[in-house]
Design a protein around this ligand. Sequence first.
Ligand code: MSP
Length: 521
Amino acid sequence: MESKSEKIIYLTTPLYYVNAKPHIGHAYTNVLCDTFTRYYRWTGKKVFFLTGTDEHGTKIEKTARESKEEPLAYVERMVPLFKDLWRLLGIDYDYFIRTTDEVHKTEVAQILRKLEETGDIYKSEYKGWYCTPCETFWTGLQLAEGRCPDCSRDVQELSENNYFFKLSKYQPWLLDYIQTHPEFILPEIRRNEILGFLREPLEDLCITRPKARLQWGIEYPNSKDHVVYVWFDALINYVSAIGVSSDPERFLSLWPADLHLVGKDILRQHAVYWPIMLKACGLEMPKTVLAHGWWTLSGAKVSKSRGNIVDPVALSRAYGVDAFRYFMLREVKVGSDGAFSEDLLRQRYSSDLANDLGNLWFRVASMMDKYFACAVPDSEGAGEELLTRRTLELWGKVNQAMLRHDPQAALDAVWEVITAANQYVEEKKPCVLAKDAGRKAELARTMAALADCLAHLAAVLLPFLPDTARKILNRMNLSSRTVFPDAGSFAAVLAVSGTLLERGDALFPRLEDEKDEPEKN
Ligand code: MSP
């Protein structure tokens, strides 16, 4: 069994409902999680990244019937859309769990039996209001003017016999846990929302649906007449995927999760239901539940039911995967909402990627070709350049930002150095130095500092823009392995001088309608 210090970092995304093809909101969560995964690997850590699909429940059953398919056939058809998107976006997950997996179903039944044994489940009549799109029950008091308080849509009144999970019993414990563990729910604004929610009495959670109303779910272990509530089923994936009861050794090497990444709309399930389920099962709490904001379009949350979809496949094909990833990571701070517009994406592409980064590469590679036949000159003296100092400081800044779960700040720091490098070219004017035979050493130092800077930039960009970063490192004949032997010494191993550089084509070609604008270099 692995000791605590060797614990593998365990990161998760929510399981996506398969009732429609994935949109930018889903892509965002997975790109964020992928970036964190690559970042931890980049610092030499072992990581396990889990994602998957949520395939049961009323919403899926209804959509399947509408398309005249059996639910199972329907989900089989939909799941590849998610897997294909993750492949396209370079999402480097380790395991893909489906709630229809037999192993998952068995683990759910095991947990329910355990909770029955501990006396945390009871049978009772349920009266309430149900919002099908949100798969959520509401009491009359919680409704907002008779409608779902989350999505404002119509709700249905229901009265039926069901099984309940004793959330209320654990409320004082949860309140205390959240208060004493400030890193448990992030960002703070969301933590405060949950604390506010917990100031009101918590109602027990109805965890079954009668089969008379819903067949498409995991059968409740003690009753042929009920299926398990889709949220109760899906939340268990975080432990079923790693063998909570079937493979204790593996489970202990991963649990507790280090980061559950979720959207702010599903925080309550992850910060109230889930910790109580774990506590009742005698399992440890995940370290952090991080809630990101929403991508909106014309002021409304992007969602299938609102019909304002932003298609990640089309955007990645039009601008490239790295540009799409970059846009999402740079445009908003994790936790805030982001207003999507293709114009903003184009602006980021043209100014940050084509002009700043792309142009820096183009200038340095062309000058290296012209003045040194592509061989990076000896870097002696380059270490004293201000640019080199700023480049080396970047590692710490990126690390700090990522430890704060802030990829936007990490990219801000990277772009400050890119800007500094472009200014350095303008100030040093290598083309002037090249004309003066007496300034050969200065030219070599300048070009060495720039090559060194580019190598570091590419290296720190690996978690964010994996393809571009690798392309630059390959063009500089520096494999990512040489760059990152371990967490402490990345900077020291970059031996750029003497490497042969390949110019290659433009990293970010100009967008079609901007081609007539003059080149910057
Ligand atoms: N199936 C549940 C999660 C179960 S986890 C045990 C679910 N699925 S979902 O497909 O509706 O949403 C999955 C994730 O996508 C959520 O984190 C949600 O916040 C995120 N997004 C969906 N639309 C979004 C935006 N418009 N913007 C950003 N993320 C949003 O909930």
